[in-house]
Ligand binder design. Structure first.
Ligand code: NAD
Length: 268
């Protein structure tokens, strides 16, 4: 593939598994040096890094819980010390804690908001500070920096039993758009990727058995589950100058999940 991210530094949160892992690998294939972040499992983060190095790429592993301000600031400090700067932030770390609304504890509400929304705020704020300090380097990229927020189709599709998750992703949507508007003059691009159902651990129950997969596919007009590499390729494009005029937009990558598949028979 073309090495459109040569000489750029990318930080991907929660990149020891799932989408983050694949996004990190694809960014490295496009020439970026990649910072692999994890909160708790150093082993899986090291595995992502080894895979990147085995292909001749550059990877640095940095611990940090995205919901903790001091961790996030230390993570960006370390990144800038070791790599000089940061050009691309992928706000990927996210969790679900599914529970009926009337049984949801404040802790279950707060935890999901802390990681999925506040975590994206804390990382984006450090990235913007660094992008503004450094400014554009035209020989490297047309933008001073790029932020990619991993949202979800649940920034627009309501989801019973997952009110905390949907609130966090709906929050990411307008945080992303407002931030994009605020920093466009500084030549910082901010966009979201909204995945539908992609085969990772977070939704294993939804694809693990043939019956679950059959049920899932009724919600996907395109007729297949998404693979992490689908999302990895999109992240590379959004991080590169190929998408230079795009900011403040959510790109859905969902096989048509947001197209009201219940109406696809033409009845109703
Ligand atoms: P995953 O569980 O494999 O990945 C989530 C990663 O975030 C894990 O590596 C986890 O350790 C890390 N993480 C959790 N809390 C953290 C914290 N406080 N600090 C740092 N890292 C932390 O699942 P995934 O599907 O790869 O999820 C990645 C993102 O994609 C999430 O934001 C999720 O909401 C979003 N998403 C996934 C799907 C899907 O179908 N898989 C669909 C829509 C959105």
């Amino acid at each position: 593939p073309p090495r459109r991210l040569e000489k750029q530094i990318a930080l991907v949160t929660g990149s020891g598994s799932g989408l983050g892992r694949e996004i990190a690998i694809e960014l490295a294939r496009a020439g970026a040096a990649v910072v692999i972040n994890y909160a708790h499992s150093a082993k899986s983060a090291e595995q992502t890094a080894s895979e990147i190095r085995a292909e001749g790429g550059r990877a640095l592993v940095v611990q940090g819980d995205v919901s903790r301000e001091a961790d996030v600031q230390a993570m960006f400090r370390r990144t800038c010390e070791e790599c000089g700067t940061v050009d691309i932030l992928v706000n990927n770390a996210g969790i679900e804690q599914d529970v009926a609304f009337d049984e949801m504890t404040l802790a279950q509400w707060q935890k999901v908001i802390d990681v999925n929304l506040t975590g994206q705020f804390l990382c984006a704020r450090e990235a913007v500070r660094q992008f503004k300090r450094r400014g554009v380097r035209p020989e490297i990229s047309s933008a001073a920096g790029k932020i990619i927020c991993i949202s979800s189709v649940h920034e627009v599709i309501p989801w019973a039993g997952h009110v905390n998750y949907c609130a966090s992703k709906g929050g990411v949507m307008l945080m992303m758009k407002s931030l994009a508007q605020e920093v466009a003059r500084d030549r910082i691009r901010v966009n979201s990727i909204a995945p539908g159902a992609i085969r990772t651990d977070i939704n294993r129950h939804a694809w693990e058995t043939p019956e679950a997969m059959r049920q899932l596919l009724t919600m996907i007009p395109y007729g297949r589950i998404g693979e992490p590499a689908d999302v990895g390729r999109l992240a590379v494009w959004l991080a590169s100058d190929q998408s230079d005029y795009i900011t403040g937009t959510t790109i859905f990558i969902d096989g048509g999940m947001v197209l009201y598949p219940a109406f696809s028979s033409g009845k109703g």
